[in-house]
Write a protein that binds this ligand. Structure first.
Ligand SMILES: NC(=O)c1ccc[n+]([C@@H]2O[C@H](COP(=O)([O-])OP(=O)(O)OC[C@H]3O[C@@H](n4cnc5c(N)ncnc54)[C@H](O)[C@@H]3O)[C@@H](O)[C@H]2O)c1
Length: 300
């Protein structure tokens, strides 16, 4: 899709971080906007800011883990604009780190509910309508926000890693399924490394019914501290990620890797798998970033 002006973008998780940056970029390109987020005040702020800049924008409060909410989002988008050209399944949460065996069922339900079912719900409610509208690569595109965590299985982030590996897999399959179905709608999967956003404050939107009853364990506290530090230290900003993503949409490129310096680690992971070796150390190139053990000692 190279011409964006006048086309309609639906962006989930638009109240903060990447989603807000996608919305700004889409508005700069003259798109009409449907912004969705579970956090009403953050959503309202983005809708107002873009509206003041002249955007034709609709805000819809939506929990992407809810089939009913995403169904309502799709109806609201088509009722208002009659079309959706760009779907950005971006809403996501982190913060359920720590040793995998210490994660609760609620950790899994919350993270997979938003990160994976959010993407699944977006695909289920929008893609049939986009196909029925006869969109092609010039008029239709879907972006799913995965992460480099979908490729590198860093310790203490197992639930998040699993959710993002699933998004990479679902996106790749969507690409093949659309081809098989004779559709030329474009697909991209976004795989950034750490970028300063509010992602490690995701608990702000964790539903009370999925809260943990017990206090965080030592490994969970360590994972949070390491995650907050890594995100805060990210040198690439959300607006740059958005610019790279729109460049990829324009080029109809599937994989959007925003941090080239991390790609040797992705290669090492794939090489180890192909060679039948043990999993490659995700910190081999950046040993300084390796979290200490929960008991405070350093791993080898
Ligand atoms: N920031 C990073 O380092 C990084 C790296 C790789 C991938 N990602 C992914 O990028 C996406 C955007 O994250 P971000 O970094 O901008 O974080 P963020 O917390 O700044 O923004 C995420 C947005 O999603 C919304 N959200 C949370 N739960 C929701 C739900 N159930 N329904 C609808 N909206 C919901 C939040 O309210 C927030 O506005 C996520 O999928 C995240 O996993 C982030």
């Amino acid at each position: 899709m190279q011409q964006f002006a006048g086309k309609v973008a639906v962006i989930t998780g638009a109240g903060s971080g990447f989603g807000a940056a996608f919305a700004r970029q889409a508005q700069r390109l003259g798109m009409r906007l449907v912004l969705a987020d579970v956090q009403a005040d953050a959503l309202d702020r983005q809708v107002s800011a873009l509206g003041e800049r002249g955007a034709d924008v609709l805000g819809v409060r939506c929990d992407v883990s809810s089939d009913a909410d995403v169904g309502r989002l799709a109806r609201a988008a088509y009722d208002r604009f009659g079309a959706v050209n760009l779907l950005v399944n971006n809403a996501g949460v982190a913060g359920t780190g720590g040793y995998l065996w210490e994660n609760s069922e609620a950790d899994w339900r919350w993270t997979l509910g938003v990160n994976l079912m959010g993407v699944a719900n977006g695909i289920r409610h929008f893609v049939p309508r986009m196909i029925a509208a006869g969109l092609d690569q010039d008029s239709g595109h879907i972006v799913n926000s995965a992460s480099i965590a979908g490729w590198l299985c860093a310790p203490l982030l197992g639930v998040y890693n699993a959710s993002k590996a699933a998004v990479v897999s679902a996106s790749e399959t969507l690409y093949h399924d659309l081809k098989l179905a004779g559709s030329r709608i474009g697909v991209s999967v976004l795989c950034p490394a750490f970028v300063p956003t509010a992602i490690f404050a995701s608990d702000r939107n964790r539903p009370a019914e999925l809260a943990n009853a017990s206090a965080p364990t030592a490994s969970q506290r360590l994972a949070r501290a390491a995650g907050e530090k890594a995100v805060a230290g990210g040198r690439l900003g959300a607006d740059e990620v958005a610019a790279q993503t729109f460049e990829a949409i324009g080029a109809n490129r599937f994989f959007v890797f925003t941090h080239p310096q991390i790609m040797p680690m992705v290669r090492a992971r794939c090489d180890a798998a192909l060679a039948g070796e043990a999993p490659a150390d995700p910190y081999a190139q950046r040993p300084g970033a390796r979290p200490p053990r929960a008991d405070g000692t350093s791993p080898r």
